[in-house]
Design a binder for this molecule. Structure first.
Ligand SMILES: [Fe+2]
Ligand SMILES: [Fe+2]
Length: 121
């Protein structure tokens, strides 16, 4: 993924997330990658949410709701009994990558601008 943010921490974490999502589509990668995705997503989302709280970001509720939808998608994938064959993993990799791309180029951009205008960067 090309650069997503002028904030070094934000871009670096997005890059890791996209790498994990690519890995999900690799045949025979195994399903533990979904746990890695969940863990890293939480690390990243909580940091953005911490910034939003600290700075009193006006769009924080909507942004958090968007994060929560992604969290729910991942939780669904980790449900016991969920089919996780190769075709399915490839499908969710595409789906989550599209979601994340829209998020980092839209919702996250607004937050980035706000942080860059603050003195918290
Ligand atoms: Fe983000
Ligand atoms: Fe975000």
């Amino acid at each position: 993924m090309r650069k997503t943010s002028e904030l070094i921490w934000q871009d670096a974490q997005h890059q890791v997330l996209f790498q994990i999502l690519d890995e999900i589509a690799e045949p025979s990668r195994g399903t533990d990658i979904l746990e890695k995705l969940q863990l890293y997503t939480e690390t990243h989302f909580s940091l953005e949410e911490e910034y939003m709280e600290q700075l009193g970001y006006p769009g924080r509720e909507a942004h958090r709701r968007a994060h929560d939808r992604f969290r729910e998608e991942i939780a669904q994938l980790l449900q016991p009994g969920q089919v996780r064959d190769e075709a399915f993993m490839a499908l969710i990799s595409t789906f989550l990558t599209e979601w994340l791309t829209r998020h980092v180029l839209g919702t996250d951009k607004d937050l980035e601008d706000f942080i860059l205008r603050s003195d918290a960067k």
